[in-house]
Design a protein around this ligand. Structure first.
Ligand SMILES: [Zn+2]
Length: 483
């Protein structure tokens, strides 16, 4: 299978061809660890995980490198603003190092809970300051830098291809309303490679460098670490769509200025998760974390399933109704997998005959820029087809799950965790039944059912389970489910 991927560089679908046969070098921009990842961030990581798993499905040995930005960073895309780590330190009373460690651990816990495979290499910015200094030195030697106001800047006028990824029209943008804050810069698009003169007070992380004591600019870490672990020319670089105009644009300029050659062949970017019409962002304060979903009783993989419902290049609006539908859909899949295991006691079998058509459909849709909604639909159609033997269905579903990452092979029962409101309703229903108020009892059952929670009344009282069934279908109940 040869996947076609949408390359932001050039804005077209391209058949993926690796630099080295059988191998892929893939770099993904990681998190700035001053707070919990929000589910908008996590959508990007689900997309990157699907990309990695798709390449692995195609037989490539993928070396997946991800950075952790644990060095002083800026609140916006520009060189202005407040250092996020310092801000968090001031607000919480912890040191910047403690904050970085705490949120790094929290991030990779969430990362794995939503079914993402850990990167082959996880590299922390603060462990690679010397690599950044060495790279800045190369850029400086080639004449792409100047000093102003105590900082070292990249001079974009020396780099002819600046902005090619983002299709920036510098003329247009210069005429626009972009505010020039740093008077030392020759162009507002020039960016700092090394700060010695911090605009931030109480800068806690400082290193010696040929340009004085200070800290690196915020783009250089990705160039330095990706080249260290993947070489000066590698296959795939990915991130969120908001990385395109500044972060990745600047990464390309400084990397290619240093090496004098093409740096990355394929650029892939995931679209935003929206809250209403707004992009989910920590700065806007409208963000949800994975824990805020699991506290409400959702499984982390419900969120993954929710993400798979939209193509990674389309914006996705987050709603709890959508997440409820994802939960119902995922429960339905697990239910079918349990049934298939019972129907095929000999285990999974290789696809043959009609089952091969489903394999072909799935791979066609996967190869089409990772069309997850279509791939999921293929899985559902297969599971409903009575003309395919259960053992072959089982084999195909497990094979598809190598990319989907929904843990379909697991026979583990998932515990039902309810939010406070649901718990209170259950208690009210218990009391109502005790008092013989069956009208209220039925009302509450209907309220909970509308939220995807089924109640079964038995000798031990009320038992609850999340309703199984396909998205949009009515919930179905089945015997033998435990809470
Ligand atoms: Zn980056």
């Amino acid at each position: 299978m040869e996947p076609k991927l949408f390359n932001t560089m050039g804005r077209q679908l391209q058949t993926f061809v690796p630099i080295e046969k059988g191998k892929v070098g893939m770099y993904a921009c990681g998190l700035t660890v001053y707070n919990f990842a929000h589910i908008g961030n996590l959508r990007s990581y689900v997309f990157e995980d699907i990309l990695r798993k798709t390449l692995e499905y195609c037989g490539y040995d993928v070396r997946h490198v991800m950075n952790v930005t644990d060095v002083g960073h800026l609140t916006g895309d520009t060189d202005e603003g407040e250092d996020k780590m310092v801000k968090s330190s001031r607000e919480t009373g912890r040191t910047v190092w403690e904050i970085a460690e705490f949120y790094t651990k929290a991030f990779f816990r969430d990362f794995q809970l939503i079914g993402c495979s850990l990167p082959t290499v996880i590299c922390k910015a603060t462990d690679h300051i010397q690599d950044m200094i060495d790279l800045i030195r190369r850029i400086e030697t080639k004449g792409f830098t100047y000093s102003a106001g105590g900082n070292l800047y990249f001079d974009i006028s020396r780099f002819p291809g600046y902005g090619k990824l983002a299709l920036l029209d510098l003329q247009d943008l210069r005429a626009g309303a972009r505010v020039e804050v740093d008077q030392g810069k020759k162009s507002p698009f020039d960016f700092a490679l090394w700060f010695t003169k911090s605009k931030f007070e109480h800068q806690a992380m400082l290193w010696d460098s040929p340009w004085g004591t200070g800290y690196p600019g915020w783009h250089i870490e990705c160039s330095a670490m990706s080249m260290k672990y993947l070489g000066e020319h590698f296959d795939v670089h990915c991130g969120g769509i908001d990385d395109v105009p500044v972060h990745h644009t600047n990464e390309i300029a400084q990397s290619e200025a240093a090496t004098g050659r093409t740096w990355v062949n394929y650029w892939l970017h995931g679209e935003f998760l929206l809250m209403g019409r707004e992009k989910m962002a920590k700065s806007a304060g409208n963000f949800l974390t994975l824990s805020s979903l699991t506290e409400k009783g959702y499984h982390p993989l419900d969120f993954r399933f929710f993400c798979l419902g939209a193509h990674y290049r389309t914006q996705l609006v987050f709603t709890f109704e959508g997440l409820d539908a994802a939960r119902t859909g995922r429960q339905g899949l697990r239910e079918r997998m349990r049934q298939l295991k019972a129907e095929a006691p000999g285990g999974a079998q290789e696809a043959e005959g009609k089952a091969l058509d489903y394999l072909k459909d799935f791979e066609t849709h996967l190869a089409d820029d990772m069309n997850m909604p279509r791939c999921l639909a293929d899985l559902w159609t297969l599971l409903r087809d009575t003309g395919v033997a259960p053992a072959q269905k089982l084999g195909l579903a497990l094979r598809f799950d190598r990319v989907l990452g929904l843990d379909l092979g697991s026979a583990k029962e998932e515990e039902v965790t309810l939010d406070e409101e649901a718990k209170a309703l259950l208690e009210e229903r218990r009391q109502a039944r005790k008092a013989g108020n069956y009208k209220r009892s039925d009302e509450i059952r209907d309220i909970l059912r509308a939220r995807g929670i089924e109640i079964q009344d038995g000798p031990q009282g009320q038992k609850v389970r999340f309703a199984a069934g396909q998205r949009g279908e009515r919930a179905v109940t089945s015997e033998g489910d435990r809470c």
